[in-house]
Design a protein around this ligand. Structure first.
Ligand code: FAD
Length: 371
């Protein structure tokens, strides 16, 4: 049997695509992955999903699933482990079985990268977060720290200044790798205090985040010969740092914070597509919309903006994208949506929107290809 459409991914993007393709009578088959549900399963309160003042992430996913099942979608809570897109119909395999499909919507999402601190996962949702847009609101007039040195960390810190009293950016090197424009914005923002050459070694707190533990390499080495009290006095008062120990090159200390935002990047779940589709240098799936945008940036802005698609490659791959379909990938008939494509917004609402767009495009694509 050849399916009309197989959807890979059971988060907001995949479920939205399933709803629309089911209502278009395409009888979609949805592989929701193992564990299913995606990133919203890892969060507690969601307060920015339109229509819900507040809802638990797992409850929202449960409601999506019930909604698509009502329209007859078959959900299989397994991973697709292999795909073959070089001939149509496409072949997709799980650990148990192979399937054939005329079209595929990939919505495999992404995962935030974490630091691996001892108490990081225990305090996730209790002050530890990887999304300022999602959780910044909970830190009104509080003190928060952002870890990272790239554009994402700058964005997160700037977003947090709308809510928090102070925002520390903690970076393990002596300078940021973020774009100059973002660095300038951060450095001009009076609520932001930057701590360079510092490594967060743990996050502490019984129920909620209360402190972070740090190893700071002072720019003035003479500081290392002073007493704990003298170092505390020499440290900006705003930090209220407690010195715990003085090592050969480092001051080991703790500073009180209410929140810790980890902004060291995301990893899209796209490994199984690497040999089949065009991905950018970070593993995000390139769709025709993204491709057109990068090409326009290159041509109009004279490559002033950084892109994760090599400029030289843009010309080479240009014939692979059908610009009639925004969510088309480099293989005709394979579409992609949600956080496996979107490295910018990464929200449930935007994932739903692109999932819907991919579903509508599949419908149109099947209609055109049957003529
Ligand atoms: C802690 C946290 C809090 C957040 N809070 C909010 C918030 O308050 N508001 C908001 O709008 N957004 C929030 N987000 C972001 C939001 O969750 C994501 O933007 C959204 O879930 C992306 O949806 P998606 O469907 O693209 O991907 P995901 O949610 O990542 O789902 C991907 C799905 O694909 C499946 N999958 C992966 N590989 C395979 C495979 N090979 N085969 C089959 N299935 C596969 C996974 O199991 C999963 O089901 C938060 C994210 C996190 C991590």
């Amino acid at each position: 049997m050849v399916e009309n459409v197989v959807i890979i991914g059971g988060g907001p993007a995949g479920l939205a695509a399933a709803l629309y393709t089911a209502r278009a009578n395409l009888k979609p088959l949805l592989f929701a992955g193992s564990p299913p549900g995606g990133q919203l399963m890892l969060t507690s309160e969601v307060e920015n999903y339109p229509g819900f003042e507040s809802i638990l992430g797992p409850d929202l996913i449960q409601m999506y699933r019930a909604h698509v099942q009502k329209f007859g979608v078959s959900i299989i809570d397994q991973n697709i482990t292999k795909v073959l897109f070089n001939q149509s119909p496409f072949t997709l395999s799980s650990a148990e079985k192979s399937y054939q499909a005329k079209t595929v919507i990939i919505a495999t999402g992404a995962q935030a990268l974490w630091l691996g601190l001892r108490n990081e996962q225990r305090l996730r949702g209790k002050g530890v977060s990887a999304c300022a847009t999602c959780d910044g609101f909970f830190f009104r007039d509080k003190i928060v720290a952002v870890v990272g040195g790239g554009d994402t960390a700058m964005e997160e810190a700037l977003t947090l200044t709308r809510f928090a009293k102070f925002v520390y950016i903690i970076h393990r090197r002596g300078e940021f790798r973020a774009s100059k424009i973002m660095q300038d914005r951060v450095k001009k923002q009076p609520k932001i205090h930057i701590i360079y050459n510092a490594e967060v070694t743990d996050v502490l707190g019984a129920q909620n985040v209360e402190q972070i533990a740090l190893r700071i390499q002072p720019s003035d080495k003479i500081l290392l010969q002073k007493s704990k009290k003298e170092i505390e006095e020499a440290t900006p008062q705003i930090l209220k740092m407690k010195v715990i120990d003085i090592e050969k090159d480092y001051v080991v200390g703790q500073i009180p914070v209410d929140g810790l935002f980890i902004a060291i990047g995301h990893r899209p779940d796209t490994d199984i597509f690497a040999s089949q589709l065009q991905l950018d240098s970070k593993g995000y799936i390139i769709t025709s919309e993204r491709f057109s945008l990068e090409l326009a940036k290159l041509k109009i802005q004279n490559s002033k903006f950084k892109t994760t698609i090599e400029n030289s490659k843009l010309e080479e791959i240009k014939n692979k994208f059908d610009l009639n379909f925004h969510s088309a990938t480099s293989v005709p008939g394979v579409f992609a949506a949600g956080d496996c494509v979107d490295y910018v917004y990464r929200q449930a609402g935007t994932a739903v929107g692109t999932g819907i767009a991919a579903a509508l495009e599949v419908e149109k694509w099947l209609e055109l290809s049957s003529k």
